[in-house]
Structure formats: C-alpha cells, structure tokens
Design a protein around this ligand. Structure first.
Ligand SMILES: Cc1cc2nc3c(=O)[nH]c(=O)nc-3n(C[C@H](O)[C@H](O)[C@H](O)COP(=O)(O)O)c2cc1C
Length: 362
C-alpha cells in the first residue's frame, strides 16, 4: 500500500481463528506472547502503555523476528492532567495512608506527584515508522491527525470503547474497528477520564447496539472463561473475541509468578472487583487486603496514584506478598491454566469451527 492511502482491512488478513490476544501492559504482554498468538492463528498484541518508545520499537522488531504473522500494538491515550498543586493534598493523604504498606515490603514511595504523558507522541512516531497491522487505543482516542498518520502507513486503527456513545464518536473519527470492552474485563477499562465511573452496560448489549451502527470489525472483550463464552459472543454478533486474563497463564506471557499464583482453580481470593486503589483509575483486580483497606477513598488521580503504589506492588510481587499485589484479572480468573499460548488459543477457537471472518471494509 502506498503512503497516504486508507487501509482496507479484512479480518481474514489478520486472523485464521477469531481470537485476539489482549494487550496487557505492566509485564504480561511480551513479543513471545504476541508472536505465539499469531502463530496459533489469532492476532497477538503488544502493550505500548508504560513502555518507552525505544523499548516499544525493540519489541515490535522482536515480534517480526519471531513470526511473519500480523500483530497489533496498543497505546494508552494520555489523560487531561489535573492541576497538580490542587491535586497534591489528596495524593499526599493517600501516600500517608500507604506508609505502613511501604514499610512492610521495604518500598520507597515518591515524594510528590509528577506529570506524565507516557511519551505518547514518541510512541505514535514509533508505530508510524514500524507500521504494525493494527494500532488500538485505550482511554479515548487521540487527535484525528494522529489517527490519519497511522492509517496513512497502512495500519488499521481500532478504538477500545465501553459505551455506545464512545463507539459512535470513534466511528465518526474514522476508525477501522472497535474493541468493545464489557464490565467483566480484567485490568483497566477504556473509560476516557479517570474520574468516569466505569459503565455497567453488559457486553451483550454493547455488541448488539454497535452491530446496528457498523459492519466494521467488532472485537468483544471481557470475562471470557472458556470456549462457551467465545461461542456466545460470536453468536451475539462479535467478529472476534479478545482474551486477556486466560492468557496471563500462558507460558509465553511475562506475568509475574506471584500474579500467576493468585489466579486459577486454587485462587485464594474469592472475587474480582473494580477499584481505584492501585492506580487512581478503575481497574478490575482480585479483591485482596490492599483493595479491602484502600478502595473506598483512593483519589481519582491517574497516573499519579499508579506511580505512588507501583513501588509497593513491585516489592510485594518480589516478596510473594499477594495481599499487597495488584492482581489485574477479569471475572474468568479461576479458569486460568498454566500452559502454552497455542493450547489456550486452540482450546478457545474450538468453539468457533464454523467461524468465517466478516468482510470488513474501512
Ligand atoms: C494484566 C492486564 C493488563 C491490561 N493492560 C491493558 C493495556 O495495556 N491496554 C488495554 O487496552 N487493555 C489492557 N487490559 C485489558 C485487556 O486488553 C482486555 O480488554 C481484557 O483483559 C479482557 O478481559 P478478560 O481479562 O476478562 O479477558 C489489561 C488487562 C489485564 C488483565
């Protein structure tokens, strides 16, 4: 494709089976995981959030070294940042409340909140230069010029949305596909502002409503715990299903061992909940002691609370102290099994033997 042309992206070019490996920042997404999902017939993703542009470039090139299959890159759109002078008292109060936890695991907390746009512009330049098959966005969409710059190199742009209003805006902006994220999804959801309450609209309704708006690819995400869930979401009109939590158990994933141990059939924690306690932005995670103590009053300051709790979470992971760990997971967390990516994708795709990709035209 020549520069300047809009891509025509057919799902059949990207997928042999209707499984998309979810981007999972913070370690679980690795080049090996993305390549293995692709080799199994799905579409693998790298998570660009919280990586610097040079590392993202390295990871993209590593996937290309490992596979000739297409893959995607996910980017987190930077937030409208609060005035840090006004926000500092709430952040400092939360910091004081976390002091005992920090001492318990020997973590040093930052002294002040700091500005951080995750070097978004640098990562946009990286994806424009490298041209992966798909770039997906979470936490909103960037400016139209950014979308067009990415599309101009033949890369399809997908928007991750949790509400039909955001799906409409994304379609008007000219995206090439939608990732519809339901309330059972693990990790952060694609709400635009950290202070937005995460919508509770069931994934089923989101798929049905979005299908009335567009023939573009609809990728359904959230709470997948096995092949029956995949079959159900495809039956409701999704073109493919995005799987995150189940891939946390994949051999090729970079999931921390302490995170892995908190998932699966023998998981000690009885439920997942949506909480701001770890990052200031709603995230679905297992309800451990940290969540129980801090959920009710963590300030909605993202990514400032993320940077505040990160040293505690990292030290807790290394110490195997799961009560202070951020165990991001969807409601299907008990179905996580330690096995190869190939087996996970094959097992899920068995539910979709008669699947035929939509003819999706951008
Ligand atoms: C550990 C973890 C990290 C995640 N990181 C990201 C991310 O960087 N970008 C993103 O768009 N979604 C992220 N998500 C959400 C997933 O992409 C996906 O939508 C979600 O995992 C689907 O729900 P499931 O976990 O129930 O399968 C993350 C989810 C998890 C569990």
């Amino acid at each position: 494709m020549k520069r300047g042309q809009r891509p025509v992206v057919e799902l059949s070019q990207l997928l042999r089976v209707p499984i998309v490996g979810a981007p999972m920042a913070g370690g679980p997404s690795t080049p090996h995981l993305a390549a293995s999902v692709g080799e199994a017939g799905g579409l693998g993703f790298l998570a660009g959030g919280r990586l610097d542009p040079a590392d993202l470039r390295k990871q993209i090139r590593q996937v290309r070294y490992l596979t000739e299959r297409p893959f995607g890159v996910n980017l987190m759109v930077p937030q409208c940042q609060p005035n840090l002078e006004l926000a500092a008292p709430a952040w400092l109060a939360y910091r004081a409340a976390l002091a005992d936890d920090a001492v318990q695991v020997g973590a040093a907390l930052p002294a002040r909140p700091r500005r951080d746009d995750d070097d978004f512009a640098g990562k946009v330049d990286t994806v424009v230069a490298e041209g992966p098959a798909v770039v997906s966005f979470t936490f909103g969409l960037p400016a139209i010029e950014v979308l067009r710059a990415i599309q101009s190199v033949g890369t399809a742009v997908w928007a991750t949305v949790t509400r039909i209003e955001d799906a409409c805006s994304a379609l008007l902006a000219g995206v090439d596909g939608l990732c519809l994220q339901g309330p059972d999804s693990g990790g952060h959801r694609a709400t635009v502002h950290a202070s937005d309450p995460p919508p509770t609209v069931p994934l089923e309704s989101l798929i049905a409503e979005a299908r009335t708006l567009t023939k573009l690819p609809l990728i359904a995400a959230g709470g997948v715990d096995g092949p029956a869930a995949v079959a159900r979401l495809l039956g409701l009109g999704a073109d493919a299903v995005q799987v995150g939590t189940l891939l946390l158990g994949a051999t090729e994933a970079g999931t921390h061992p302490a995170h892995r141990r908190a998932l699966g059939a023998n998981a000690v924690y009885g439920q997942t909940v949506v909480t701001r306690a770890f990052t200031g932005r709603p995230v679905r995670a297992v309800r451990n002691d940290f969540v129980a103590r801090h959920d009710s009053w963590a300030p909605a300051l993202y990514p400032h609370v993320h940077h505040l709790t990160a040293p505690i979470r990292a030290a807790a992971a290394d110490a195997g102290q799961s009560d202070l760990l951020g165990v991001w997971a969807g409601t299907g967390y008990r179905a996580v099994r330690e096995t190869s990516t190939h087996r996970i994708v094959d097992h899920l795709a068995a539910a979709a033997r008669h699947w035929a990709p939509a003819l999706a035209v951008a």
